[in-house]
Ligand binder design. Structure first.
Ligand SMILES: C[S@@+](CC[C@H](N)C(=O)[O-])C[C@H]1O[C@@H](n2cnc3c(N)ncnc32)[C@H](O)[C@@H]1O
Length: 311
C-alpha cells in the first residue's frame, strides 16, 4: 500500500472553518448494470441523468458522486459487499474508512476506522518541510495519525531520516504500515515528545505537527464524518483549540537543533494563539497562509517574537 499511487476524492476534508459537508450513497439495480453505469449519462438537453448509485450519492450531498461510486464499485467484491458499503456510506461513514485508504500528494496510505483521514490542506506542511530540511537531515512528524505527512515528505526527500509518533494505538498501527521499511522502527507510540527516542533530542531539523486544534465546543458542529467517525483525540484541541499546540511549542526547543524549524498546522482563528504559544516558548514564530491552509512556522533559537511570514 505505501508508495502506491492513487486517486480518491477526499470525502473527509472537513473543518469547522471550511464548512465542508458530509455525504452518503446507494441504489438498487443489478450488479452488471452498476458496472456499466459508472458515470453520468447526458441526455439530448445536456442534463445529467446519472446512474442510480451516482444519483443517491449526489442526493446525499456527495460533491464527487461519480468518483465515489466508481471507487465503491471497484472496492466491493460482490453485490452484497457493495450494499453493505453503500449502507455504511449513507449512514455517514467516511469513504476513506470504507476503502481502507486515503490519498495524499498522489500516494495512498492505509487508514483504519477511527483514525484521522489526512486532509489536502495539510500539504502546505509537506511542501515547507521538504523545502526546508537540510540534506540528510532529520524530520519528525509529531501527532502523525496515518503517517501520511512523513510518507509524502520522504517520497520527495528520500535523503532524510524520518520519525513519526502518535498517542492513539490505532493511528500508530496505520503509520507502521505506511512507513514500513528496512532498519529500526521509526514510528513511535506515546504522548507527544515522550514517544521519541532520546537520541533525537536537540537533533531534529524540522518538526512537522498537525495536532488537534478544534475547540472542544465546536466539535459538535463538525460534519458527522469527522465528529462521529474520527477519534475524539484527533480533533479536540481543548477549550480554545490550542491546548496541544502550547505543549508542542513548550517542548520544541528541547528537540529541535538550534535553528531548526517547527511547522504546525492551525486554524485561521487559532493562528495568533498558536504563534504566541511558540513565541512564549522562545521561538521566532510567524503565521503562513496559503488558500485553505494556515500554519505557524517557528524557528528554534529565535528571538521569541511572533508575526506574519510570507511563507
Ligand atoms: C488532526 S490529527 C492529524 C493526523 C496527521 N498528522 C494528519 O495530518 O493526517 C491529530 C493526531 O494527533 C494525535 N494526538 C492527539 N493528542 C496527542 C498527544 N498528546 N500525543 C501524540 N499524539 C496525539 C491524534 O491521535 C491524531 O492522530
Amino acid at each position: 500500500m505505501p508508495g502506491a499511487t492513487g486517486h480518491a476524492p477526499s470525502a473527509v476534508q472537513c473543518s469547522p472553518e471550511s464548512g465542508e459537508t458530509a455525504c452518503a450513497v446507494g441504489v438498487p439495480g443489478s450488479w452488471a448494470t452498476r458496472r456499466n453505469l459508472r458515470g453520468a449519462v447526458r441526455d439530448d438537453d445536456g442534463v445529467s441523468d446519472p446512474d442510480p448509485l451516482v444519483a443517491r450519492l449526489r442526493a446525499a450531498g456527495c460533491v464527487f458522486a461519480e468518483e465515489e461510486a466508481a471507487l465503491l464499485l471497484e472496492a466491493a467484491d460482490d453485490q452484497d459487499a457493495l450494499e453493505r458499503m453503500v449502507r455504511d456510506r449513507v449512514a455517514g461513514r467516511p469513504l476513506e474508512h470504507l476503502l481502507g485508504w486515503a490519498e495524499l500528494d498522489g500516494r495512498r496510505v492505509a487508514v483504519a476506522d477511527g483514525v484521522f483521514v489526512p486532509r489536502q490542506r495539510t500539504l502546505l506542511l509537506v511542501d515547507l518541510a521538504a523545502e526546508l530540511a537540510p540534506r540528510g537531515g532529520t524530520v519528525v512528524d509529531l501527532c502523525c495519525g496515518t503517517g501520511a505527512l512523513l510518507v509524502a515528505v520522504l517520497a520527495r526527500r528520500p535523503d532524510l531520516d524520518g520519525h513519526a509518533a502518535d498517542l492513539d494505538p490505532a493511528a500508530v498501527a496505520c503509520a507502521r504500515t505506511n512507513l514500513a521499511g528496512p532498519g529500526p522502527g521509526r514510528v513511535h507510540e506515546g504522548d507527544l515528545y515522550d514517544a521519541l527516542p532520546p537520541a533525537l533530542r536537540g537533533r531534529v531539523d524540522v518538526l512537522v505537527v498537525n495536532a488537534p486544534y478544534v475547540p472542544t465546543a465546536e466539535i459538535a458542529r463538525m460534519p458527522p464524518e469527522a465528529r462521529d467517525h474520527e477519534h475524539r483525540i484527533a480533533l479536540d484541541g481543548g477549550p480554545d483549540g490550542i491546548e496541544v499546540h502550547r505543549r508542542v511549542a513548550a517542548g520544541a526547543a528541547t528537540w529541535l537543533r538550534p535553528g531548526g524549524t517547527l511547522l504546525i498546522e492551525t486554524g485561521r482563528r487559532q493562528a495568533d494563539g498558536t504563534a504566541l504559544a511558540c513565541a512564549e516558548a522562545g521561538l521566532a514564530a510567524g503565521v503562513v497562509v496559503r488558500e485553505m491552509s494556515t500554519l505557524v512556522r517557528a524557528i528554534s533559537g529565535g528571538s521569541g517574537s511572533s508575526g506574519t511570514m510570507a511563507r
